[in-house]
Design a protein around this ligand. Structure first.
Ligand SMILES: [Zn+2]
Length: 160
């Protein structure tokens, strides 16, 4: 009886020992896994911040380039009296008809919305010149959602 008990206990002790080693090994594997995988999920990608934050989205828009002061197609439908555009130049915004992302998916948030232009080399002629006041355009650029602006990359005139 004593002998059996001793054998059992020795056996049990060996089992516990093996289990302990296995447990430690598993724990190390788990920690290694966490170490390798966790940072990839939580670190923000630097590319997004370089584009001006996660709210900057590449879009393709069609719509009307219209002067807020004298445009007949302004969002409000009104024409301001005594606009001094011939002296100071226009101040156009873009009234959206269709909006798609780079995958060709429609962006409901932008339909019939009006966006200001972020001033840059590409957008200056759209904002100021007579040539594009009232023109229907297709614009490629970055939609800055928070600022309600479009940063124009390229644009072309399209048929009505
Ligand atoms: Zn004007």
């Amino acid at each position: 009886m004593v002998c059996t008990s001793m054998v059992t206990s020795a056996c049990l002790s060996r089992k516990v020992h093996t289990f302990g080693r296995l447990f430690v090994a598993n724990l190390l594997v788990a920690l290694l896994y966490l170490y390798l995988c966790a940072p990839a999920e939580s670190t923000p990608t630097p590319a997004e911040s370089a584009l001006g934050g996660p709210e900057a989205k590449e879009v393709i828009l069609t719509g009307i380039n219209s002067c807020q002061a004298c445009g007949k197609t302004s969002a409000s439908g009104e024409t301001a009296q005594g606009a001094k555009c011939s002296i100071f130049g226009h101040s156009c915004t873009f009234i959206i008809e269709t909006a798609k992302d780079m995958d060709g998916k429609e962006i409901e948030d932008l339909k019939k919305k009006e966006l200001n232009y972020r001033l840059n080399q590409q957008s200056i002629p759209l904002v100021k010149s007579d040539e594009y006041q009232g023109a229907r355009l297709e614009i490629k650029g970055k939609w800055l959602k928070e600022k309600r602006e479009i940063e124009v990359t390229s644009f072309k005139r399209i048929e009505k």
